[in-house]
Design a protein around this ligand. Structure first.
Ligand SMILES: Cc1ncc(C[n+]2csc(CCOP(=O)(O)OP(=O)(O)O)c2C)c(N)n1
Ligand SMILES: [Mg+2]
Length: 437
């Protein structure tokens, strides 16, 4: 088949999909709905970036004073420090973002397909007390969301929607000061790691590395990352992005091996300016030959490898669900990964190993200053679990209950959770704690 002759003239030409028209949308009514809301929230996804509407999103958020949450793919649309950035909701998330989603009364989803990792496998109860406006350029995606019967669905380009809404809303900010303050309070009260929670010396925790990397990475830096595994979850849960930084992973596919070739492509695509890449040790091996491309092309990439001794996420699964019967997930169970310093030498790359949390910040600055390309072997605690997380809780009477988005594990006390919520608790929160529903 590959060698068969092709008559190009006889081929059916490709038709670009027609961009949905925004002229039929009643933006004035949407703006009124937004002004009437007492607790509005915008969830922005990668569609915003794809439509070239990053600036439009920032303009709308800032003019209106509209709190926002983001999917992983879109986390760089507002810097972490921006008081309107309340975080990234989902199964692996900060509590603040999930509280904001579950307490808002109007949820505007733009360019986010509301996938299970964002909605904690329960789209019907995502923003369960909110009116919803869901904007997706792909009408099929909207048709598919039969579990959002009440939502206003708009098959529209994200940029057209944001511009249209901004125009109709006008420059006056929304009168939602108390809600804005509440969202910010959640963000400040529930950081992923309270100040001073990292060890001064000894093995480096994943979270400590991610925290230190956030500090060490300059504004306006491009950060290519791996796409699956525990290390990547820690990275996307905890990275505090600065202004102008871009972070990206695969959109929807968690394929190991992605990080290094993605970084090479990104570096070439942005004119070879200096950037960093963060990859995990298992994933690196699936495209390890690209270290040769990195070296040959002399690309200015500082490659951080989060080295937790193999497949930490798989070990966690084997420990939690298979009584610790480890198989092919680490050095003691048949998975042997090479020494990264030796590997870097083989490919002719400068390498530094960082293995102790003492003076981690200084060590990372030193690594950033290495001649690039270079490889940084970050030796991390091999067996960690990521918290908080939306989990399923075993019940005393047997069976399991999947916890609602706002009720992450480790569970807060019922009183603490009630104090955070502006809307009624889910019966499942009481059930999981053995309290009367
Ligand atoms: C190509 C491919 N094979 C298998 C998987 C399933 N998988 C998900 S994470 C993981 C282990 C990843 O190890 P590593 O990259 O070191 O990340 P860690 O969990 O250790 O942080 C595996 C095997 C996958 N995502 N992609
Ligand atoms: Mg690993």
């Amino acid at each position: 088949m590959q060698a068969a002759p092709v008559d190009a003239a006889a081929l059916r030409p490709w038709q670009a999909p027609v961009r949905p028209a925004s002229s039929t949308v009643d933006f004035a009514a949407l703006a009124r709905q937004l002004r009437q809301a007492q607790r509005p929230l915008l969830l922005a996804g990668h569609g915003v970036r794809l439509s070239g509407a990053a600036d439009a999103l920032q303009a709308l958020a800032h003019e209106a004073g509209l709190p926002c949450v983001f999917t992983w793919n879109a986390l760089d649309l507002l810097p972490h420090e921006d008081p309107l950035n309340i975080g990234r909701p989902g199964v692996v998330a900060t509590r603040a973002a999930n509280f904001a989603v579950q307490n808002c009364d109007l949820l505007i989803c733009v360019g986010a397909r509301l996938d299970p990792v964002v909605t904690a496998y329960n789209r019907a109860e995502f923003g369960r007390h909110a009116q919803k406006i869901v904007v997706d350029i792909d009408a099929h995606e909207l048709d598919d969301k039969t579990d959002l019967p009440e939502a206003t669905r708009l098959a529209l380009d994200a940029g057209d929607f944001l511009q249209g809404l901004r125009g109709a809303l006008g420059p006056a900010p929304l009168a939602v000061d108390a809600w804005r303050a509440r969202c910010l309070r959640w963000k400040l009260d529930h950081p992923l790691h309270p100040q001073g929670s990292f060890a001064d010396a000894g093995p480096i925790s994943h979270a400590h590395f991610v925290d230190a990397l956030s500090e060490a990475t300059p504004a306006d830096t491009l950060v290519a990352t791996g796409s699956s595994g525990l290390a990547v979850e820690f990275l996307y849960a905890g990275f505090r992005n600065k202004p102008g930084q871009r972070l990206f992973l695969t959109s929807g596919l968690g394929s190991m091996g992605y990080g290094l070739p993605a970084a090479i492509g990104a570096c070439l695509g942005q004119g070879r300016s200096p950037m960093i890449a963060v990859e995990s040790d298992g994933s690196l091996q699936l495209n390890v030959q690209e270290l040769a491309t990195l070296a040959t092309q002399a690309l200015p990439i500082c490659l951080f490898v989060m080295n937790n001794g193999g497949y930490a996420s798989i070990r966690n699964t084997q420990r939690n669900y298979f009584q610790g019967r480890y198989l092919a997930s680490g050095p003691d169970s048949g998975l042997r990964l090479p020494d990264l310093a030796a590997l870097a030498r083989t490919y002719g790359l400068p390498c530094v190993t960082i293995a102790d949390s003492h003076a981690l910040a200084a060590a990372l600055s030193g690594a950033m200053a290495l001649p690039r390309p270079c490889l940084v072997d970050l030796q991390l605690v091999p067996d960690e679990t990521l918290q908080p997380k939306c989990a399923a809780i075993p019940l005393a009477e047997g069976g399991m209950v999947s916890m609602p988005l706002e009720d992450m594990s480790p569970l807060l006390s019922l009183e603490a959770l009630e104090a955070e919520m502006l809307t009624p608790l889910s019966p499942r929160s009481r059930q999981a704690r053995g309290a009367p529903c």
